[in-house]
Design a protein around this ligand. Structure first.
Ligand SMILES: [Zn+2]
Length: 75
């Protein structure tokens, strides 16, 4: 299950949350309850950069597909 990272718009600490499937677009800040947008974690960003050098077929908003097919259509 992927762990998504969120940043509070009010400036509180960023926090992480386990999100099943594609339900991870936003979450409430544990401090103030403000809806916080999801951000790309360090780990995901690094993977995206590495995969984007040769092919730009990395899923951008697909909800975190981790299939190893490389975008050949199996998923
Ligand atoms: Zn907050």
């Amino acid at each position: 299950m992927p762990i998504y990272e969120y940043v509070c718009p009010e400036g509180h600490d960023r926090f992480e949350k386990l999100s099943p499937m594609s339900k991870g677009e936003a979450a409430s800040c544990p401090v103030c309850g403000e809806v916080s947008p999801r951000v790309i974690s360090m780990f995901s960003a690094r993977v995206a950069v590495g995969a984007g050098v040769g092919a730009s077929s990395a899923p951008m908003a697909g909800g975190g597909s981790s299939c190893a097919c490389g975008g050949s259509g199996c998923c």
